[in-house]
Design a binder for this molecule. Structure first.
Ligand code: C2O
Length: 552
């Protein structure tokens, strides 16, 4: 592979949407941020210089970072933040992966404006397992607040309540024509008739899973989280924050006399408030060059709107996710761990904890605040990075290696009312010897009402071997696990009122964050870390930290 250099300069930039102008933290003044393009096997050297007063880190979401955990990016997990005036070079090699991923800030809510596509092309002379597309287009979903998102989350954490919901969703940074004062800020996908386009969808929204559809068109899903899947055709996509989906769009063979809306709006299963608005972009057929009439303006054409599933259509969500299967071909095998060394069971849930003295609590009952937890442990962010503490043998006072492998008290997870709501705080990690084959069942709990949680694991892809509703039954459910062609990904929805089972091989030494990719749940503590120990051989050990690694 070759080496590719990028320079990310973190600067403020004024950006206007919905007639509100605000100063945003950006990479190189761009919103959304610049596109990174590399090939499988390439090395990336991305120099990040921080010119703003906020502390910054950047995460390369979905990149496995084999032995290079120092470049992973979550603040206080693999690195201390890049402080104002400092520079850090993220240095990693992309090995065994190709497809659509993205990069985003991984500290507080700065990813609201710091995100962009990370596209890994196949090796030179390697082909897609589908016909070569005419064109490839990244499509990023995001969220826009008229206020500063940092102020939104700071206020929520001080009051213990839920944060103000966003004012709009965006497609490639633009809210589109269905919002007030937004007509000009519309993304247009200009296409020619009779061609195949590869659309690379990235959900970089903070807090909402989204349904997406294009009026009068179907798409063929070919990849999820940068892993090829068995192709299937659908008119609607479901994509959670942290997930990416590649689809083929075959345009109509003649020039249709219409302009089509593409829209996205939430799939919402929780009790809390959410931004119930619709982002739209336009699919516009270009008039062939050899015709004389000029391109008709959008205003004169009927705008066809797609139909989207109901906001809480869990049955659609389940059907959609069940269709995602690994290609499992000889060229792209599914290396599902067939035997398991360690089984873990995590409850995933929202709850409340008593308010602290410095808070003016507005939680669901008096003097409580929202919290979120895995196995009833709500994560406390340390003041130094876990990976440094581990590498230098200084874990004392930073973390404890006692993350529970199962709930301390088993209970009826989906019953009402549940009988175990005690949440404790801590910085706990779960230690795995090198090459442990892990099976993890994650069970949603209905302590504050059932809700779907997109859980994201750093450092690995995992196979989604099973999912279901109600309480996981360890005697019955594993019999139905798919160990042949389960989808391989880095972010999976724990179903609302249900469970999901994943398997992965812990072959990457380091400290790896796992958290809900709904940013508000992460802020409330729905996160933990795995500590994977070095193996015996030299090539099974974490590399030493780079000299410019920021200090806390
Ligand atoms: Cu996309 Cu830990 O994040």
């Amino acid at each position: 592979g070759s080496t590719r250099h990028y320079h990310f300069e973190i600067r403020h930039q004024n950006v206007t949407r919905l007639c509100h102008t605000k100063s945003m933290v950006t990479v190189n003044g761009q919103f959304p941020g610049p596109r990174i393009v590399a090939r499988e096997g390439d090395r990336l050297l991305i120099k990040v210089t921080n010119h703003v007063s906020d502390n910054i880190t950047i995460h390369w979401h979905g990149i496995r970072q084999l032995r290079s955990g120092w470049a992973d990016g979550p603040a206080y997990v693999t690195q201390c933040p890049i402080q104002s005036g400092q520079t850090y070079v993220y240095n990693y090699t992309i090995s065994g992966q190709r497809g659509t991923l993205f990069w985003h800030a991984h500290i507080s809510w700065l990813r609201a404006s710091l995100y962009g596509p990370l596209i890994i092309l196949p090796k030179l002379n390697a082909r897609y397992p589908f016909p070569k597309p005419h064109k490839e287009v990244p499509i990023l979903f995001g969220e826009w607040w008229n206020a500063d998102p940092e102020a939104v989350i700071t206020q929520a954490l001080q009051t213990g309540g839920g944060p103000n919901v966003s004012d709009a969703y965006t497609i490639n940074g633009l809210p589109g024509p269905l919002y007030n004062c937004s007509h000009k800020d519309t993304f247009k996908l200009k296409v020619k008739p009779g061609k195949t386009y590869l659309l690379r969808f990235i959900n970089a929204a903070l807090n909402d899973e989204l349904f997406f559809s294009i009026a009068n068109h179907t798409v063929t899903v070919v990849e999820a989280d940068a892993v090829y899947v068995k192709p299937f055709t659908t008119n609607t996509l479901l994509i959670a924050p942290g997930q990416t989906t590649n689809v083929l769009l075959k345009t109509k063979s003649h020039y249709p006399n219409a302009t089509f809306l593409m829209t996205a709006r939430p799939y919402a299963t929780g009790l809390g408030t959410f931004d119930n608005s619709t982002v739209a972009a336009i699919l516009e057929y270009k008039t062939p060059l050899n015709t004389h009439h000029s391109s008709p303006s959008i205003k004169n054409l009927p705008l066809l709107k797609p139909l989207l599933p109901a906001l809480n259509d869990t049955s659609f969500a389940t059907k959609f996710t069940n269709k995602l299967r690994s290609l499992a071909s000889s060229q792209f095998p599914a290396n599902v761990p067939q035997k398991v060394d360690k089984q873990f069971f995590f409850t995933v849930g929202l709850g409340t904890t008593p308010c602290q003295k410095n808070q003016t609590c507005q939680g669901p009952t008096n003097a409580t605040k929202f919290s979120a937890s895995l196995n009833n442990v709500s994560y406390i962010q340390p003041t130094t990075a876990l990976l440094q503490a581990h590498f230098f043998g200084q874990s004392n006072g930073v973390y404890t290696p006692d993350f529970p492998t199962k709930p301390l008290l088993p209970f009826n997870y989906t019953g009402t009312p549940p009988n175990n709501t005690m949440v404790s705080n801590g910085t706990k990690v779960l230690v795995l010897p090198f090459n442990t084959s892990v099976e993890l069942v994650m069970q949603d709990t209905s302590i504050l009402g059932a809700e779907s949680h997109p859980l994201h694991l750093h450092g690995f892809n995992f196979f989604v071997v099973g999912q279901g509703f109600g309480n996981f039954d360890p005697n019955k459910d594993p019999k139905n696990f798919n160990l042949v062609d389960p989808v391989e990904r880095n972010t999976v929805g724990v179903p609302s009122g249900g469970w999901v089972a994943i398997r992965f091989l812990a072959d990457n030494p380091g400290v790896w964050f796992m958290h809900c990719h709904l940013e508000v749940h992460t802020s409330w503590g729905l996160k933990m870390a795995w500590l994977v120990l070095d193996g015996k051989l030299p090539n099974q050990k974490l590399l030493p930290p780079p000299a410019d690694l920021p200090k806390c």
